[in-house]
Design a protein around this ligand. Structure first.
Ligand code: SIN
Ligand code: MN
Length: 274
């Protein structure tokens, strides 16, 4: 799948691009089922909220669940990012973020490349997120908030917050967020299940807690140009991956092809059309 010049220009201008309904409801259903299966697993990669029960995020689900493995090689996600970073990409990080009904907690204001540069020594912001909405994201269930244009000035100063949630994050202070939001406003990324949001790795973003009775699962692929791979291996390899081989996209119908059990060597990937 290729972005148009207009979409590329809008991405560079604002730092994000929304692609509504890029995946069908049938494809989103496959992933919703997959997310339930993953959150039911007792694995170190499945991080819970501070209550110790509610799933917050499942890291590296492409390494242990077949549907998420296929999504990690999906051409509708991989190809637009290859276009924007201008070359082959590897998977730097993979998250299935839950934000469960009533108990899903905040993600504080931050920049992803702030973490990738400080913790992982990724050389440049030649990496980005592409997020697929597994559930509809509404004003109620803690949609992602983005400050348009906040990707243009590099990495801002940040403090390492290890207390607010169960997951440590380099977060921006209130004065900087206020200044940026005064300038750019805040975009609330709402959309149907199956919609896709691409955002620059320096964009300032956050999301509020989910007080609604509706869950909000989003899958984030953080893709990096292969030459821009991380130089420091401080975080676990299931948080910041070390397989820098270029991702070969699968056929477009891979999520709807018969789902085989996950196999370590990739032999479970059977697709209808090669
Ligand atoms: C993130 O910024 O990595 C996740 C935010 C969210 O899922 O709300
Ligand atoms: Mn983030």
């Amino acid at each position: 799948m290729k972005l148009t010049q207009d979409q590329i220009d809008r991405f560079h201008e604002t730092g994000y691009l929304m692609l509504p309904n890029l995946f069908s409801t049938e494809e989103a259903d496959v992933l919703r089922q997959g997310a339930e299966e993953v959150y039911a697993m007792e694995r170190k990669e499945v991080v819970r909220e501070l209550d110790g029960v509610s799933p917050r995020t499942a890291f590296a689900a492409h390494c242990y669940h077949e549907a998420f493995r296929r999504l990690g090689r999906h051409p509708r996600l991989i190809e637009p990012v290859m276009q924007l970073v201008d070359g082959p990409v590897y998977m730097h990080q993979y998250k299935v973020n839950a934000k469960v009904a009533f108990d899903g907690a905040v993600w504080q204001w931050h920049q992803d490349y702030g973490t990738w540069s400080r913790d992982d020594l990724m050389p440049e912001a030649r990496a980005m997120n592409i997020a697929l909405f597994v559930d509809e994201a509404t004003e109620f269930n803690g949609p992602l908030w983005i400050i348009p244009g906040s990707h243009r000035e590099g990495v801002y100063e940040a403090g390492h917050d290890i207390e607010t949630t169960s997951y440590p994050l380099w977060t921006l202070d209130k004065a900087k967020v206020s200044e940026l939001a005064e300038r750019g406003g805040i975009y609330s990324a709402k959309g149907d299940a199956g919609s896709v949001l691409m955002f620059h790795s320096n964009i300032v973003h956050a999301s509020s807690p989910n007080l609604s009775p509706w869950g909000r699962t989003i899958v984030y692929l953080s893709l990096c140009h292969v030459e821009n791979h991380i130089r420091r291996f401080k975080r676990p390899d299931w948080v910041a991956h070390r397989d820098f081989a270029p991702i070969e996209p699968l056929p477009d119908d891979c999520l709807l092809a018969p789902m085989t059990p996950f196999a370590e060597d990739g032999s479970g990937i059977q697709v209808a059309a090669e």
